[in-house]
Design a protein around this ligand. Structure first.
Ligand code: SF4
Length: 428
Protein backbone atom coordinates (compact mmCIF):
# COMPACT_ATOMS: atom_id res chain seq x y z
CA UNK A 1 0.00 0.00 0.00
CA UNK A 2 1.26 3.50 -0.82
CA UNK A 3 0.88 5.08 2.62
CA UNK A 4 1.85 8.55 1.40
CA UNK A 5 -0.91 8.61 -1.24
CA UNK A 6 -3.45 7.46 1.33
CA UNK A 7 -2.24 10.16 3.73
CA UNK A 8 -2.46 12.80 0.97
CA UNK A 9 -6.00 11.80 0.04
CA UNK A 10 -7.20 11.98 3.65
CA UNK A 11 -5.45 15.33 4.10
CA UNK A 12 -7.06 16.73 0.97
CA UNK A 13 -10.53 15.69 2.15
CA UNK A 14 -9.94 17.22 5.57
CA UNK A 15 -8.64 20.40 3.97
CA UNK A 16 -11.84 20.78 1.96
CA UNK A 17 -13.96 20.19 5.06
CA UNK A 18 -12.04 21.91 7.84
CA UNK A 19 -8.51 23.38 7.39
CA UNK A 20 -7.86 23.32 11.16
CA UNK A 21 -8.54 19.60 11.22
CA UNK A 22 -6.26 19.13 8.21
CA UNK A 23 -3.52 21.01 10.10
CA UNK A 24 -3.89 18.71 13.10
CA UNK A 25 -3.77 15.70 10.81
CA UNK A 26 -0.61 16.96 9.09
CA UNK A 27 1.01 17.60 12.47
CA UNK A 28 0.05 14.06 13.50
CA UNK A 29 1.76 12.74 10.34
CA UNK A 30 4.91 14.78 10.99
CA UNK A 31 5.01 13.67 14.62
CA UNK A 32 4.69 10.03 13.59
CA UNK A 33 7.44 10.50 11.01
CA UNK A 34 9.69 12.17 13.58
CA UNK A 35 9.11 9.35 16.04
CA UNK A 36 9.91 6.77 13.37
CA UNK A 37 13.10 8.65 12.56
CA UNK A 38 14.11 8.48 16.19
CA UNK A 39 13.34 4.78 16.57
CA UNK A 40 14.84 3.77 13.20
CA UNK A 41 17.40 6.47 12.38
CA UNK A 42 19.16 6.33 9.02
CA UNK A 43 22.52 5.21 10.33
CA UNK A 44 24.20 6.00 7.05
CA UNK A 45 23.84 9.69 7.99
CA UNK A 46 26.30 11.20 10.46
CA UNK A 47 24.83 12.32 13.74
CA UNK A 48 25.00 16.04 12.85
CA UNK A 49 22.81 15.54 9.78
CA UNK A 50 20.31 13.40 11.68
CA UNK A 51 20.20 16.13 14.29
CA UNK A 52 19.50 18.76 11.60
CA UNK A 53 16.62 16.68 10.21
CA UNK A 54 15.12 16.39 13.69
CA UNK A 55 15.47 20.11 14.43
CA UNK A 56 13.73 21.14 11.21
CA UNK A 57 10.98 18.55 11.68
CA UNK A 58 10.43 19.85 15.22
CA UNK A 59 10.11 23.35 13.78
CA UNK A 60 7.46 22.28 11.28
CA UNK A 61 5.45 20.53 13.99
CA UNK A 62 5.61 23.67 16.12
CA UNK A 63 4.42 25.82 13.21
CA UNK A 64 1.32 23.63 12.96
CA UNK A 65 0.64 23.09 16.66
CA UNK A 66 1.96 26.14 18.53
CA UNK A 67 2.03 28.98 16.01
CA UNK A 68 2.12 31.52 18.85
CA UNK A 69 5.74 30.46 19.48
CA UNK A 70 6.76 30.96 15.87
CA UNK A 71 6.78 33.69 13.25
CA UNK A 72 6.94 33.89 9.47
CA UNK A 73 10.25 35.19 8.25
CA UNK A 74 12.03 35.32 4.95
CA UNK A 75 15.12 33.14 4.68
CA UNK A 76 17.69 35.97 4.79
CA UNK A 77 16.28 37.72 7.87
CA UNK A 78 18.86 37.57 10.71
CA UNK A 79 17.66 34.88 13.10
CA UNK A 80 19.50 36.12 16.20
CA UNK A 81 16.84 38.55 17.55
CA UNK A 82 14.24 35.81 17.14
CA UNK A 83 16.51 33.27 18.84
CA UNK A 84 17.04 35.76 21.67
CA UNK A 85 13.26 36.02 22.08
CA UNK A 86 12.79 32.23 21.95
CA UNK A 87 10.69 32.54 18.79
CA UNK A 88 11.08 29.95 16.04
CA UNK A 89 10.93 31.45 12.55
CA UNK A 90 9.89 29.53 9.45
CA UNK A 91 10.40 30.60 5.87
CA UNK A 92 8.75 30.17 2.50
CA UNK A 93 11.47 27.74 1.46
CA UNK A 94 11.31 25.65 4.65
CA UNK A 95 7.54 25.25 4.81
CA UNK A 96 7.09 24.67 1.08
CA UNK A 97 9.89 22.11 1.05
CA UNK A 98 8.09 20.18 3.74
CA UNK A 99 4.77 20.29 1.93
CA UNK A 100 6.51 19.16 -1.26
CA UNK A 101 8.33 16.44 0.70
CA UNK A 102 4.90 15.26 1.88
CA UNK A 103 3.83 15.20 -1.80
CA UNK A 104 0.94 17.59 -1.27
CA UNK A 105 2.45 20.52 -3.15
CA UNK A 106 0.06 20.07 -6.08
CA UNK A 107 -2.96 20.93 -3.92
CA UNK A 108 -1.48 24.35 -3.19
CA UNK A 109 -0.05 24.98 -6.63
CA UNK A 110 -3.55 24.37 -8.02
CA UNK A 111 -4.99 26.71 -5.43
CA UNK A 112 -2.71 29.59 -6.42
CA UNK A 113 -3.44 28.97 -10.11
CA UNK A 114 -7.16 29.24 -9.36
CA UNK A 115 -6.44 32.49 -7.49
CA UNK A 116 -4.74 33.88 -10.59
CA UNK A 117 -1.12 33.73 -9.38
CA UNK A 118 1.07 33.41 -12.50
CA UNK A 119 2.66 30.00 -12.97
CA UNK A 120 5.95 31.71 -13.73
CA UNK A 121 6.25 32.67 -10.05
CA UNK A 122 8.67 30.64 -7.92
CA UNK A 123 6.97 27.45 -6.77
CA UNK A 124 8.24 27.86 -3.20
CA UNK A 125 6.14 31.03 -3.01
CA UNK A 126 3.18 29.56 -4.86
CA UNK A 127 3.00 26.55 -2.53
CA UNK A 128 3.38 28.77 0.55
CA UNK A 129 0.71 31.22 -0.63
CA UNK A 130 -1.61 28.35 -1.61
CA UNK A 131 -1.23 26.70 1.80
CA UNK A 132 -2.01 30.03 3.47
CA UNK A 133 -5.01 30.78 1.25
CA UNK A 134 -6.47 27.30 1.80
CA UNK A 135 -6.26 27.76 5.58
CA UNK A 136 -3.72 25.00 6.21
CA UNK A 137 -1.15 27.39 7.65
CA UNK A 138 -2.08 28.89 10.97
CA UNK A 139 -2.09 32.63 11.49
CA UNK A 140 1.38 33.67 12.68
CA UNK A 141 1.66 36.25 15.48
CA UNK A 142 3.85 38.44 13.26
CA UNK A 143 6.20 38.47 10.27
CA UNK A 144 9.66 39.77 9.46
CA UNK A 145 10.95 39.97 5.92
CA UNK A 146 13.58 41.57 3.75
CA UNK A 147 14.23 42.35 0.12
CA UNK A 148 17.63 40.65 0.37
CA UNK A 149 18.15 37.83 -2.15
CA UNK A 150 14.52 37.09 -2.98
CA UNK A 151 12.22 39.42 -4.91
CA UNK A 152 9.36 36.94 -4.44
CA UNK A 153 9.18 38.03 -0.80
CA UNK A 154 8.13 41.47 -1.90
CA UNK A 155 4.86 39.97 -3.16
CA UNK A 156 4.35 37.10 -0.73
CA UNK A 157 4.79 38.94 2.57
CA UNK A 158 2.58 41.97 1.80
CA UNK A 159 -0.05 39.50 0.53
CA UNK A 160 0.15 37.38 3.69
CA UNK A 161 0.18 40.43 5.93
CA UNK A 162 -3.12 41.44 4.38
CA UNK A 163 -4.52 37.91 4.50
CA UNK A 164 -3.73 37.33 8.17
CA UNK A 165 -3.98 40.95 9.33
CA UNK A 166 -0.85 40.62 11.45
CA UNK A 167 1.99 43.10 12.09
CA UNK A 168 5.00 42.81 9.80
CA UNK A 169 8.48 44.29 9.91
CA UNK A 170 10.37 44.92 6.72
CA UNK A 171 14.17 45.23 6.52
CA UNK A 172 15.32 47.23 3.53
CA UNK A 173 18.83 46.25 2.41
CA UNK A 174 20.29 48.78 -0.04
CA UNK A 175 21.91 47.49 -3.21
CA UNK A 176 25.16 49.33 -2.47
CA UNK A 177 27.61 47.43 -0.30
CA UNK A 178 29.19 50.09 1.89
CA UNK A 179 29.41 51.32 5.47
CA UNK A 180 26.52 53.77 5.08
CA UNK A 181 24.35 50.82 4.13
CA UNK A 182 25.57 48.87 7.18
CA UNK A 183 24.64 51.76 9.48
CA UNK A 184 21.25 52.10 7.76
CA UNK A 185 20.48 48.37 8.19
CA UNK A 186 21.84 48.30 11.77
CA UNK A 187 19.39 51.09 12.63
CA UNK A 188 16.52 49.02 11.23
CA UNK A 189 17.70 46.00 13.23
CA UNK A 190 17.42 48.06 16.43
CA UNK A 191 13.84 48.69 15.45
CA UNK A 192 13.33 45.04 14.52
CA UNK A 193 14.35 44.05 18.05
CA UNK A 194 11.75 46.45 19.49
CA UNK A 195 9.17 45.14 17.05
CA UNK A 196 9.83 41.49 17.95
CA UNK A 197 9.79 42.31 21.69
CA UNK A 198 6.43 44.05 21.33
CA UNK A 199 4.87 41.52 18.97
CA UNK A 200 6.06 38.44 20.86
CA UNK A 201 5.50 40.09 24.27
CA UNK A 202 8.98 38.98 25.24
CA UNK A 203 11.67 41.42 26.19
CA UNK A 204 14.88 40.89 24.23
CA UNK A 205 17.73 41.91 26.47
CA UNK A 206 21.06 43.13 25.06
CA UNK A 207 22.70 40.18 26.85
CA UNK A 208 20.41 37.66 25.15
CA UNK A 209 21.02 39.24 21.75
CA UNK A 210 24.76 39.36 22.28
CA UNK A 211 24.71 35.70 23.34
CA UNK A 212 22.80 34.72 20.18
CA UNK A 213 25.25 36.62 17.96
CA UNK A 214 28.23 35.09 19.78
CA UNK A 215 26.75 31.62 19.33
CA UNK A 216 26.36 32.34 15.63
CA UNK A 217 29.94 33.57 15.37
CA UNK A 218 31.10 30.29 16.92
CA UNK A 219 28.80 28.33 14.59
CA UNK A 220 30.34 30.15 11.61
CA UNK A 221 33.86 29.40 12.85
CA UNK A 222 33.05 25.69 13.30
CA UNK A 223 31.45 25.52 9.88
CA UNK A 224 34.49 27.06 8.24
CA UNK A 225 36.79 24.73 10.10
CA UNK A 226 34.73 21.79 8.86
CA UNK A 227 35.16 23.08 5.29
CA UNK A 228 38.90 22.57 5.59
CA UNK A 229 38.23 18.85 6.00
CA UNK A 230 35.84 18.94 3.04
CA UNK A 231 38.89 19.38 0.83
CA UNK A 232 39.53 15.65 1.00
CA UNK A 233 36.84 14.11 3.15
CA UNK A 234 33.14 13.78 2.66
CA UNK A 235 30.30 13.55 5.12
CA UNK A 236 27.76 11.05 3.82
CA UNK A 237 24.45 12.68 3.10
CA UNK A 238 21.54 13.36 0.82
CA UNK A 239 20.27 16.46 -0.92
CA UNK A 240 17.54 16.70 1.70
CA UNK A 241 20.02 16.60 4.57
CA UNK A 242 22.06 19.36 2.91
CA UNK A 243 18.88 21.41 2.49
CA UNK A 244 18.36 21.31 6.28
CA UNK A 245 21.74 23.05 6.57
CA UNK A 246 20.27 25.96 4.59
CA UNK A 247 17.54 26.50 7.20
CA UNK A 248 19.87 26.11 10.17
CA UNK A 249 22.39 28.55 8.74
CA UNK A 250 19.79 31.21 7.98
CA UNK A 251 16.50 31.54 9.83
CA UNK A 252 17.73 29.50 12.79
CA UNK A 253 20.91 31.57 13.11
CA UNK A 254 21.80 32.29 16.72
CA UNK A 255 20.02 29.25 18.15
CA UNK A 256 21.70 26.60 20.25
CA UNK A 257 20.58 24.10 17.62
CA UNK A 258 22.61 25.77 14.89
CA UNK A 259 25.66 25.94 17.16
CA UNK A 260 25.27 22.23 17.99
CA UNK A 261 24.81 21.40 14.32
CA UNK A 262 28.04 23.03 13.13
CA UNK A 263 30.00 21.69 16.10
CA UNK A 264 28.64 18.26 15.14
CA UNK A 265 29.59 18.70 11.48
CA UNK A 266 33.13 19.49 12.54
CA UNK A 267 33.34 16.51 14.85
CA UNK A 268 31.76 14.11 12.35
CA UNK A 269 33.94 15.08 9.41
CA UNK A 270 37.12 14.90 11.44
CA UNK A 271 36.43 11.17 11.86
CA UNK A 272 35.84 10.46 8.17
CA UNK A 273 38.53 8.88 6.02
CA UNK A 274 39.80 10.61 2.85
CA UNK A 275 37.82 9.97 -0.33
CA UNK A 276 38.53 10.00 -4.06
CA UNK A 277 35.01 11.07 -4.99
CA UNK A 278 34.56 14.11 -7.24
CA UNK A 279 34.17 17.34 -5.30
CA UNK A 280 31.50 19.71 -6.56
CA UNK A 281 30.32 22.97 -5.01
CA UNK A 282 26.67 23.90 -5.34
CA UNK A 283 25.05 27.25 -6.08
CA UNK A 284 21.53 27.95 -4.84
CA UNK A 285 18.86 25.61 -3.46
CA UNK A 286 19.08 21.86 -3.86
CA UNK A 287 16.41 20.11 -6.00
CA UNK A 288 15.86 17.48 -3.34
CA UNK A 289 12.55 16.47 -4.94
CA UNK A 290 14.14 15.49 -8.26
CA UNK A 291 14.26 11.66 -8.22
CA UNK A 292 17.35 11.12 -10.40
CA UNK A 293 19.48 13.81 -8.75
CA UNK A 294 18.38 12.80 -5.30
CA UNK A 295 19.52 9.25 -6.03
CA UNK A 296 22.78 10.33 -7.63
CA UNK A 297 23.87 12.56 -4.75
CA UNK A 298 22.74 10.28 -1.91
CA UNK A 299 25.58 8.47 -0.15
CA UNK A 300 27.55 8.45 -3.38
CA UNK A 301 31.19 7.42 -3.45
CA UNK A 302 31.54 8.94 -6.93
CA UNK A 303 30.57 12.56 -6.23
CA UNK A 304 29.89 14.75 -3.22
CA UNK A 305 28.83 18.33 -2.59
CA UNK A 306 31.51 20.23 -0.72
CA UNK A 307 29.48 23.34 0.09
CA UNK A 308 26.45 25.35 -0.90
CA UNK A 309 26.69 29.10 -1.46
CA UNK A 310 23.61 29.98 0.64
CA UNK A 311 25.15 28.27 3.67
CA UNK A 312 28.71 29.32 2.87
CA UNK A 313 27.65 32.96 2.65
CA UNK A 314 25.65 32.76 5.90
CA UNK A 315 28.66 31.45 7.82
CA UNK A 316 31.13 34.13 6.78
CA UNK A 317 33.45 35.24 9.59
CA UNK A 318 31.88 37.85 11.87
CA UNK A 319 33.64 41.16 11.71
CA UNK A 320 32.25 43.13 14.64
CA UNK A 321 31.51 42.69 18.31
CA UNK A 322 28.49 44.99 18.10
CA UNK A 323 25.56 42.61 17.48
CA UNK A 324 23.59 45.04 15.32
CA UNK A 325 26.55 45.93 13.17
CA UNK A 326 27.55 42.28 12.83
CA UNK A 327 24.09 41.28 11.61
CA UNK A 328 23.80 44.33 9.35
CA UNK A 329 27.23 43.71 7.77
CA UNK A 330 26.29 40.10 7.11
CA UNK A 331 23.24 41.31 5.17
CA UNK A 332 24.85 44.21 3.29
CA UNK A 333 28.00 42.31 2.32
CA UNK A 334 26.10 39.14 1.53
CA UNK A 335 27.03 37.61 -1.82
CA UNK A 336 23.31 37.83 -2.59
CA UNK A 337 23.29 41.61 -2.36
CA UNK A 338 24.42 44.01 -5.05
CA UNK A 339 26.10 43.13 -8.28
CA UNK A 340 26.43 39.55 -9.54
CA UNK A 341 30.21 39.95 -9.20
CA UNK A 342 29.83 39.39 -5.42
CA UNK A 343 28.12 36.07 -5.99
CA UNK A 344 30.79 35.05 -8.47
CA UNK A 345 33.59 35.93 -6.02
CA UNK A 346 31.79 34.04 -3.27
CA UNK A 347 31.45 30.97 -5.51
CA UNK A 348 35.12 31.11 -6.46
CA UNK A 349 36.17 31.40 -2.81
CA UNK A 350 33.91 28.48 -1.90
CA UNK A 351 35.59 26.40 -4.63
CA UNK A 352 39.10 27.35 -3.45
CA UNK A 353 38.24 26.73 0.21
CA UNK A 354 36.87 23.27 -0.43
CA UNK A 355 39.12 22.23 -3.32
CA UNK A 356 36.02 21.65 -5.46
CA UNK A 357 36.62 20.50 -9.03
CA UNK A 358 33.51 22.05 -10.47
CA UNK A 359 30.33 23.93 -9.71
CA UNK A 360 26.69 23.09 -10.32
CA UNK A 361 24.38 26.09 -10.42
CA UNK A 362 20.74 25.28 -9.90
CA UNK A 363 18.59 27.84 -11.70
CA UNK A 364 15.26 27.28 -10.01
CA UNK A 365 12.22 27.89 -12.16
CA UNK A 366 10.70 31.28 -11.32
CA UNK A 367 13.69 32.56 -9.33
CA UNK A 368 14.44 35.62 -11.37
CA UNK A 369 17.51 36.67 -9.41
CA UNK A 370 19.34 33.40 -9.91
CA UNK A 371 18.15 32.73 -13.46
CA UNK A 372 19.11 36.26 -14.51
CA UNK A 373 22.61 35.87 -13.09
CA UNK A 374 23.28 32.24 -14.01
CA UNK A 375 24.89 32.82 -17.43
CA UNK A 376 27.14 35.56 -16.03
CA UNK A 377 28.19 33.39 -13.09
CA UNK A 378 28.97 30.39 -15.30
CA UNK A 379 30.98 32.45 -17.82
CA UNK A 380 32.99 34.18 -15.07
CA UNK A 381 33.74 30.94 -13.21
CA UNK A 382 34.74 29.16 -16.41
CA UNK A 383 37.02 32.08 -17.26
CA UNK A 384 38.65 31.50 -13.85
CA UNK A 385 39.19 27.83 -14.72
CA UNK A 386 36.24 26.39 -12.82
CA UNK A 387 33.99 24.09 -14.87
CA UNK A 388 30.39 25.09 -14.23
CA UNK A 389 27.12 23.41 -15.11
CA UNK A 390 23.77 25.21 -15.06
CA UNK A 391 20.76 23.04 -14.31
CA UNK A 392 17.39 24.57 -15.05
CA UNK A 393 14.51 22.92 -13.23
CA UNK A 394 11.90 23.39 -10.54
CA UNK A 395 13.29 22.53 -7.12
CA UNK A 396 9.92 22.23 -5.46
CA UNK A 397 7.71 20.92 -8.24
CA UNK A 398 9.28 17.93 -9.98
CA UNK A 399 6.38 17.83 -12.45
CA UNK A 400 7.95 20.94 -14.01
CA UNK A 401 11.38 19.36 -14.56
CA UNK A 402 12.77 16.99 -17.21
CA UNK A 403 14.25 14.40 -14.86
CA UNK A 404 16.02 12.28 -17.50
CA UNK A 405 17.55 15.32 -19.17
CA UNK A 406 18.89 16.65 -15.88
CA UNK A 407 20.49 13.31 -15.13
CA UNK A 408 22.11 13.12 -18.59
CA UNK A 409 23.60 16.58 -18.17
CA UNK A 410 25.00 15.85 -14.69
CA UNK A 411 26.43 12.51 -15.92
CA UNK A 412 28.17 14.26 -18.82
CA UNK A 413 29.53 16.91 -16.44
CA UNK A 414 30.87 14.25 -14.09
CA UNK A 415 32.54 12.41 -16.97
CA UNK A 416 34.17 15.66 -18.06
CA UNK A 417 35.48 16.28 -14.51
CA UNK A 418 36.75 12.70 -14.28
CA UNK A 419 38.52 13.06 -17.61
CA UNK A 420 40.04 16.33 -16.49
CA UNK A 421 41.29 14.67 -13.34
CA UNK A 422 42.78 11.77 -15.34
CA UNK A 423 44.70 14.30 -17.39
CA UNK A 424 46.00 15.91 -14.22
CA UNK A 425 44.09 19.12 -15.00
CA UNK A 426 44.11 20.73 -11.62
CA UNK A 427 42.31 24.05 -11.58
CA UNK A 428 44.04 25.64 -8.67
S1 SF4 B 1 14.07 30.18 -5.19
FE1 SF4 B 1 14.43 32.38 -5.56
S2 SF4 B 1 12.37 33.32 -5.73
FE2 SF4 B 1 12.15 31.27 -4.83
S3 SF4 B 1 12.17 31.59 -2.62
FE3 SF4 B 1 14.28 31.15 -3.20
S4 SF4 B 1 15.25 33.13 -3.64
FE4 SF4 B 1 13.02 33.45 -3.59
Amino acid sequence: MDYISVFDRILQKKLERDPAEARRFLAFGYRAYRRLGRIFPDRRLPESKRFAADVVMRLMIKVLTKPEETCMASLFVPGEPLAAAGILPYSVEAFSSYLAGTHIEKLFLDRTSEDGVPETMCSFHRIFDGAAASGLMPKPPFMVYTNLACDGNMMTFPYLKELYKVPAFYIDVPWDRNEDAVAYVADQLHRMVEFVSDSAHRKITEEALQAAVSREAQAAADYREHLRYQRERCLPGTMTSDMYGVFLSRILAGTRDTASYTAGLLQDISREPATDALRVAWIHLMPFMQPSLRKLFSFSDRIYLTANDIVYDAFRPFRSKDPYEAMAARMVYSAFNGKTEARIDCAEQMVRDTNAEGVILFAHWGCRTTIGASGLIRDALEARGIPTLILEADGCNPANSPDGQLMTRVEAFMEMLEEKRRQGGKMR
